[in-house]
Each structure stands twice: as structure tokens, then as C-alpha cells.
Design a protein around this ligand. Structure first.
Ligand code: BGC
Length: 494
């Protein structure tokens, strides 16, 4: 059967337009939330005793950010958090995933002196959320390493960082854990390893030692996760009763054909994304195919490391946006040691030339709802049916300062994206995956890393030219109806 027919057949329910997704497609306790991260929204980079992070230095380096911008002010969430939390509540979300800026807690990262103003800021956020009945899901590390840790010791490539991350995590558990019951240690360690230490398009912008540094950065993030988990388990779990997970990212890899080479290239691609982080935790070591392809570029886990890693996930966070067809390709032209080692090509077209899904604004983001169902089922099958939260899912529009505001707010494509991706998540649950919650990325338009403010992922539009005012988009109103239970009844079409 041709590739296209096969995919369509497999995904009839997801692709069908006859029925709209509704809350009743999910278990009653399913959590719907919205997500952000500190550097992308907070701003106030020199206020409240905050120390510099690697993203401050990187964004201020010429040529690194597409529009020459930075997160100095971002969308000023630091001063407007009350208004933003009010919006989350009005839209009907009952969970909010945000990250703590490490350098607001320990300005130099070293863990010697806690910055009380930083603690107060996050206390205020947590309290404001709980007052509105919104559960905080807190990420400890969303890419903004204290700059001093990078400059003084090389950041993630130095094993010492594991100790400092442990001290930071311990401080957060002690300060906020009476109210925070869901923790995510690290967000997308792969992006830090590959974009930060191999290709260099993210902070700290390293690309000088591509054959070793990405793998060291990954290795130490895995150990940092396990260290934080074990601190929680031994010191806080009994008292606080929370759960600790890790958010990994995966672009689903569908074999480009039934040829055995393409099938194993697709399997390899998933191992290089999810397996890189999850295999050590579940099976004590990196996936065999990574060890074979990378040889001694991959650091080794000692027996002590392996003991530390065992059983250190209460749940898996999956960040998922898009999918690709994967073909075997030895002389792949893709940049970076990590991509070349995978010996594969990422393809966006079916055999008839039609693209895999509608393209969003970012060059990497195609709308492929069936991919999330496959990624969730893969995790369920490969890692013993763990508890999963979709900790990010969403799409972006291009910044456009010529169109009138009302046009920018009518984000029909995003509404369609969420409907179809949510339908696919509900299918995965029916297939047997233990998915407990879903977080839309993102609450607000924000600083989209190397793309600056040129891409808008928000449910809420931020008017950069008019005082950073917030305006809910159609997708925000769609969620409001969905969450109040008035969406999706009787096959209603948008
Ligand atoms: C990151 C977010 C980012 C989003 C869209 C994820 O990889 O966790 O910080 O904004 O993708 O690129």
C-alpha cells in the first residue's frame, strides 16, 4: 500500500472532520494546562537580584538572534504576572506549567547564597495560581543556565554542574514544595545538547567540540535529573507527596517506505531523540544503536551512575510539535555531528510531492496530528506504559506588523491544530497510553529563542508596539469553550 494511503487509513479517526473533539473524549481527571518558560516571558533581567544567564549573553551577541532582540524585557511577565494568571483562569485552564530562572534563585549558580527576592517572586506566582484553583507544574531548568556556571567551569560539559543543579533543585523543593506537587527537572535536554553544544544556534553557542561536547552535556543533564529526583525522593517525597518528571522532545519519525533500511533509520531517529534520555533511566545505558554509531564519543555510566539513574521518573513529559518521514542516508548533508551520526534524511513529502502537513511559521514545523498519537503509543510500548503528560504542543504564526490586529487574532489554523492534535491525544489514550494531561504551548506570544519575536506561539497575542498589551486569539476562546464543555457537542464545525 502506498505510504499516503497507509497513513490515512491508520489515522482515520484523527483525520476525520465529522466529529469534533470534546472534553468527554478524555478521562474525567485529565489535566488541561498552558505552558511558558522564564527567559521567554519574564524580562526584568536585572531586577529582583537576578544574575545573568547564558541566554542574556547569547542574545546580546551580534548575529545570534534573527531580529537582533533579547529577553531583557520579553513580555514583562515579571511585572504582569497577576494579569497573566487572571487570563489563565478566565480561559478555564486548571494547570499552568512555568519555569524557574535558576539565576533568580542563585545569581551565580553556585548555591552559596539564596536570593530571597527570587524566592518571593515565585512564591507570589504559586500563591496567585492556587488562589484561582490552578495547579503549578514547575520546570527547574528551561535552558537559562546561570552565566557564571558556564564561564567559570564550562556549564553542562563539566560533571561538577550536577552537584550545583542538585543544590538548586533542593532549594526549590524546600521553598515551594509545600504547594508545588508536579516538578519537571529539565526541559528538552536534547535541544541544549545539540543546539547549545553541537550546532551552536542556542546558548551557549558552542560548536567547537561537536564530537564530544553535546554528548557530555546530555550525560550531565541526565545525571542532574537523577540527582534532583533522588533528593526529592529521600528528603521531600514523604512529606510533600509530589511527583518528579523530565520533559523530552520528539519529532515523530515515520519510515519513508517499507524498505528495511528506512524502517531502521526511523527507529534509529527515535532512539537518538527519546532513547538518548529515557534508555539510561529505564535500561541503565544509552540505546545500543547510539553506542554503535558514536563509539567512544558517548560517555560511559559508572555502576554508581546506573544505580542513581534507576527508577527516577514518576512521569514522562513529552514536548511534541511535528513529524517527519525518515529515510536511510549515509551522506546526509545535515549540519552537526549528532545529525550526521544518525545517517538519515528527514523528508517532508509523500511520494506524490504533497507535504506531510500544512506548514506553520517555523521552518521545522508542519502540522501532522497523527504523529503525536504514534509518539505517545511508542513511549507507552517502549517504556512500560509510564504516566505521560504532554508538556508542550502548539504552532506558530509569523510576526506581521502590517495586518490589522483583528486579523492577527483570528488564528484559524491554530484552532484547527489544537482540535486535531487533541483528537489524536484522545486516540492514544484509547489505544492504551497512560496520558494524564496536556499543556498548550504557549500562553503568550514570547521570545522564541534564536527566532526572537518573529514567531508567535501564543494563545494570547502580545502587542509589542503598544505597551505589550494582551489580546486573546480565537484559539484562546476555542479553549475556553472546550474547557467549559460547550465545544465539540454534536459534530459542530468551526
Ligand atoms: C521549547 C520552547 C519553544 C518551543 C517552540 C520547545 O522546544 O521548549 O521553549 O518555544 O519549543 O520552538
Amino acid at each position: 500500500m502506498a505510504k499516503k494511503e497507509k497513513i490515512l487509513k491508520e489515522n482515520e479517526q484523527v483525520e476525520s472532520n465529522h466529529r469534533e473533539v470534546s472534553q468527554s473524549d478524555f478521562p474525567p481527571s485529565f489535566v488541561f494546562g498552558v505552558a511558558t518558560s522564564a527567559y521567554q516571558i519574564e524580562g526584568a533581567c536585572k531586577e529582583g537580584g537576578r544574575g545573568a544567564s547564558i541566554w542574556d549573553a547569547f542574545s546580546h551577541t551580534e548575529g545570534k538572534i534573527l531580529d537582533g532582540s533579547n529577553g531583557d524585557i520579553a513580555v514583562d511577565h515579571y511585572h504582569r504576572y497577576k494579569e497573566d494568571i487572571e487570563l489563565i483562569a478566565k480561559l478555564g485552564f486548571t494547570a499552568y506549567r512555568f519555569s524557574i530562572s535558576w539565576s533568580r534563585i542563585f545569581p551565580d549558580g553556585l548555591g552559596t547564597k539564596v536570593n530571597e527576592e527570587g524566592i518571593t517572586f515565585y512564591n507570589n506566582i504559586i500563591d496567585a495560581l492556587l488562589e484561582k484553583g490552578i495547579q503549578p507544574y514547575v520546570t527547574l531548568y528551561h535552558w537559562d543556565l546561570p552565566l557564571h556556571l558556564h564561564e567559570s567551569m564550562g556549564g553542562w560539559v563539566n560533571k561538577e554542574i550536577v552537584k550545583y543543579f542538585g543544590i538548586y533543585a533542593d532549594t526549590c523543593f524546600a521553598s515551594f514544595g509545600d504547594r508545588v506537587k508536579k516538578w519537571i527537572t529539565i526541559n528538552e535536554p536534547m535541544q541544549t545538547a545539540v543546539n547549545g553544544y553541537d550546532i551552536g544556534i542556542f546558548a551557549p553557542g558552542r560548536c567547537q567540540q561537536s564530537s564530544t561536547e553535546p554528548y557530555l552535556a546530555a550525560h550531565h543533564q541526565i545525571l542532574a535529573h537523577a540527582t534532583a529526583f533522588s533528593i526529592y525522593r529521600s528528603k521531600y517525597k514523604d512529606k510533600q507527596g509530589g511527583q518528579v518528571g523530565l520533559s523530552v522532545d520528539c519529532e515523530w519519525a515515520e519510515a519513508n517506505s517499507d524498505r528495511i533500511e528506512d524502517k531502521s533509520a526511523a527507529a534509529r531517529r527515535v532512539d537518538f531523540q527519546l532513547g538518548w534520555y529515557l534508555h539510561p533511566i529505564y535500561y541503565g545505558d544509552y540505546p545500543e544503536v547510539m553506542r554503535k554509531k558514536l563509539g567512544d564519543q558517548l560517555p560511559e555510566f559508572t555502576q554508581e551512575d546506573k544505580d542513581l539513574l534507576r527508577n527516577t521518573l514518576d512521569f514522562i513529559g513529552l514536548n511534541h510539535y511535528t513529524s517527519r518521514f525518515i529515510a536511510h542516508e549515509v551522506n546526509s548533508l545535515v549540519e552537526g555531528n549528532y545529525y550526521q551520526a544518525q545517517e538519515m534524511e528527514r523528508i517532508v513529502e509523500f511520494e506524490d510531492g504533497e507535504i506531510i502537513g500544512e506548514k506553520a511559521a517555523s521552518e521545522w514545523l508542519y502540522v501532522v496530528p497523527w504523529g503525536i498519537r504514534k509518539a505517545l503509543n511508542y513511549i507507552a510500548q517502549t517504556y512500560n506504559n509510564p504516566i505521560i503528560y504532554v508538556t508542550e504542543n502548539g504552532m506558530d504564526d509569523e510576526e506581521d506588523d502590517t495586518s490589522p490586529l483583528h486579523e492577527m487574532l483570528d488564528d484559524k489554523m491554530r484552532v484547527k491544530y489544537y482540535k486535531r492534535y487533541l483528537a489524536a491525544v484522545s486516540q492514544a489514550i484509547k489505544d492504551g497510553a497512560d496520558v494524564r494531561g496536556y499543556f498548550a504551548w504557549s500562553l503568550l506570544d514570547n521570545f522564541e529563542w534564536a527566532q526572537g519575536y518573529t514567531k508567535r506561539f501564543g494563545l494570547i497575542y502580545v502587542d509589542y508596539k503598544n505597551g505589550l498589551t494582551r489580546h486573546p486569539k480565537s484559539s484562546a476562546y476555542w479553549f475556553l469553550r472546550f474547557l467549559k464543555g460547550s465545544e465539540g457537542k454534536k459534530g459542530k464545525e468551526e
